[in-house]
Design a protein around this ligand. Structure first.
Ligand SMILES: [Ca+2]
Length: 694
């Protein structure tokens, strides 16, 4: 058994221990004319809505699950989600499948619809809408770099528009830090490689890997203002035109919403007054700097009217408010620029971003950003590049209602810094993380944000060298991180993760992670993980060849002994386990996990166990109710010594634990307190879809 367990664990630093670097990651009339003309909005205010189509709306979901099952959790941004696989189509439904490196696995709900030219998918609106967001995938170019292809949008058979889809920001390949080359062999032949269970350059004959090697990050999304409001019952049809260069167009989902009219602020330092070009043709970075400097002197806000503004570098913000007309109207868009020589911070590219001053220079304070979009142009992962949407250190500041797209990391903060509030933002299609509180970020909040398709953790607190403390991630929705975790807490103290909805993590991570890794300071004080819901997490870990848990508590660089309270959480449709506690095998006798407390938890559907314990330590359980459990309720391996004294991991039953599956109650007396029930790879029993608890 021990031999097989050793084989299941990675030999050498693999991608899951990839090096993580800082993701640094003319007035009213003219204004109105400029904004209407250049933004191409064509909004009709107060126009009549079309008559209802007369058929039932396409099923409305949240993270591809019945909204009733996740009520009160996740973000509420007035967006209605409808999955393509639930819509009318003459295309082909793909999935569901959780197999990494495939199109279904990265789709919301692990399912989508493939269209060939001429085919369509049609959504019937459940409520009035004037804007849609389409999440899709189209193929890469044969040698990488992406293609563009059209998608026709009609409403009730009229109002023909064409979206230009792109795969220029999708399709990464290979091992960390990934590549845009679909034809390359492994980037790291000196790494232990799971596909061959070998180190390729130490193996004879040298193994050959099929290309594309590890394709991922397939999807992208695009927003469209419909120009008027359409009533509930209207049918929005997405059709691939004949002759599209995309052999297959995959539609994952459509979001619809009612976008408010542009916000106008006449008493402000309007960037147009300072020379900004709302057509996006001329570079507006210097104009933004002038507006910011003027606003700082006069204590006015900076106002960004509707339009597209080209900015290809950082705008440094300190003691200033920058307010747009709304994230659908005020678009700040950059090209990636290759620097002639590296910047002092190591960047070799510049890109659009709003940055606080570096913490070593005191950071920035009193910065308030709201109501605009940041559209980046990042197509590859270079961890020394500072090409994030928001960066630097921002204390006593707020970030509200932004849309951040195609940057490396949506918001990456390097502390120490304090008292930042991040609310009501949408972050999509990132090369790396969604939001990262890195190094000494304290008393800060990320609330009611939507994060989708990140290339690394959706939301992270990373206490590298200095603790993040008294921070909260609350009421956020995180969907389809293609690598790593939905929400990850790496060290720190007295932090809270509450009321979030996390769905569809894909590989080398899971829904919620508590990890002593990446040189984080150890956990101290408490960590409250309260009233969150995960769905379709508990992912397969490729390097370990093991199923994870929807919540994954991982001791790698220190023991986890802080008071971790997991209360009121629901773990739904777990591909493998609901809960995994694991010390990495080489440190299993050095580090343990204890003082972990689960209460009032619901587990609906596990492919394998409720609890997989692969560490020394202990946990308590109270009112943990499970059903549709696919394997033995507790898979207890402890630290793998298998002595007559039983497992090194102790389970304490505090009462009220009930339910189970085909093997009996999940927490049965015979398993207590530390019966060895270790089974590396129990057969996976796919659970039925989650349903209401009566
Ligand atoms: Ca879908």
């Amino acid at each position: 058994m021990q031999r097989s367990i050793r084989e299941a664990l990675p030999r050498s630093p693999g991608p899951s221990e990839r090096s993580r670097r800082p993701g640094r990651p003319r007035r009213t009339a003219a204004l109105a004319a400029a904004t209407a003309a250049t933004a191409g909005l064509g909004i009709v205010f107060g126009g009549p809505a079309l008559a209802a189509g007369g058929s039932a709306p396409t099923a409305v979901t949240r993270a591809a699950i019945d909204p009733a099952l996740v009520a009160g959790r996740g973000a509420n941004l007035g967006v209605v989600e409808q999955e393509a696989e639930n819509a009318a189509t003459n295309g082909t439904v793909i999935g569901p499948s959780t197999t990494a490196y495939t199109l279904p696995a990265e789709a919301s709900g692990r399912s989508a619809v493939n269209l060939t030219p001429g085919q369509y998918v049609e959504f019937t609106l459940p409520s009035a809408a004037n804007a849609i967001t389409v999440r899709y995938s189209i193929p890469d170019a044969a040698t990488g770099g992406g293609i563009t292809a059209p998608l026709a949008v009609t409403v009730n058979g009229h109002e023909h528009r064409t979206m230009t889809l792109t795969s220029q920001y999708a399709w990464l390949y290979n091992e960390y830090p990934f590549s845009n080359d679909p034809n390359a062999g492994p980037l790291h032949p000196d790494w232990w490689t799971t596909e061959c269970s070998c180190v390729p350059d130490q193996t004879t004959p040298t193994p050959v890997f099929p290309t594309p090697f590890r394709p991922n990050h397939f999807y992208d999304e695009q927003r469209l203002l419909l120009g008027r409001t359409y009533a509930a019952g209207s049918k929005i049809r997405l059709t691939v035109p004949a002759g599209s260069d995309a052999t297959t167009t995959t539609i994952d989902l459509m979001d619809s919403q009612l976008v408010a009219a542009p916000k106008i602020d006449p008493i402000a330092a309007n960037v147009l007054f300072f020379g900004a070009d709302p057509t996006g043709r001329r570079d507006s970075a210097d104009a933004f700097d002038r507006a910011v400097a003027f606003a700082q002197k006069t204590h006015l806000k900076v106002y960004v009217p509707p339009g597209t503004f080209q900015v290809n570098r950082h705008i440094i913000v300190d003691n200033v408010t920058i307010e747009g007309a709304g994230s659908w109207y005020s678009i700040i868009k950059g090209h990636q620029v290759t620097l002639s020589s590296p910047a002092p911070d190591g960047s070799i590219h510049a890109g659009v971003g709003f940055y606080g001053k570096d913490a070593s220079a005191g950071g920035s304070h009193n910065v308030h950003l709201s109501g605009f979009a940041i559209e980046g142009d990042v197509r590859e992962r270079i961890d020394t590049d500072q090409v994030n949407g928001i960066g630097g250190a921002l204390s006593d500041s707020t970030i509200d209602g932004l849309y951040i797209h195609h940057t490396k990391v949506g918001m990456w903060f390097d502390g120490p810094m304090r008292n930042l509030k991040i609310t009501n933002n949408v972050i999509a299609d990132q090369i790396a993380d969604g939001i990262n509180f890195h190094t000494g970020v304290t008393n800060s909040l990320a609330q009611n944000n939507s994060i989708r398709n990140t290339g690394d953790d959706g939301l992270a607190m990373w206490s590298q060298t200095t603790a993040d403390s008294n921070d909260t991630f609350d009421h956020n929705t995180v969907q389809t991180p293609v690598l790593a975790n939905g929400i990850a807490i790496y060290g720190g103290g007295d932090d809270t993760v509450s009321n979030n909805l996390v769905a569809d993590p894909i590989r080398e991570g899971s829904g919620l992670q508590v990890g002593s890794r990446f040189d984080a300071v150890p956990f101290t004080g408490h960590l409250w993980i309260t009233d969150n819901t995960t769905v379709r997490a508990g992912t397969y870990e490729l390097n370990w060849n093991l199923g994870l848990g929807a919540i994954w508590i991982y001791a790698l660089q220190s023991s986890i002994t802080a008071d971790v309270e997991v209360t009121g959480d629901n773990f739904l449709d777990n591909t493998y386990n609901a809960i995994m506690l694991v010390a990495d095998f080489p440190v299993k006798d050095l580090y343990s996990i204890s003082n972990i407390h689960f209460s009032d938890v619901k587990v609906d559907g596990t492919g394998t166990s409720v609890l997989s314990a692969r560490a020394a330590g202990s946990a308590t359980f109270q009112n943990v109710v499970a059903r549709n459990v696919g394997a033995v309720g507790i898979n207890n391996c402890g630290s793998f010594h298998f002595t007559p004294a039983g497992s090194e991991f102790t389970v304490t039953d505090l009462g009220g634990n009930s339910g189970g599956g085909t093997t009996g109650p999940w927490l049965a007396p015979w398993e207590l307190p530390n019966t060895i029930t270790c089974d590396d790879r129990p057969p996976v029993v796919p659970p039925p879809p989650p349903s209401a608890w009566s």
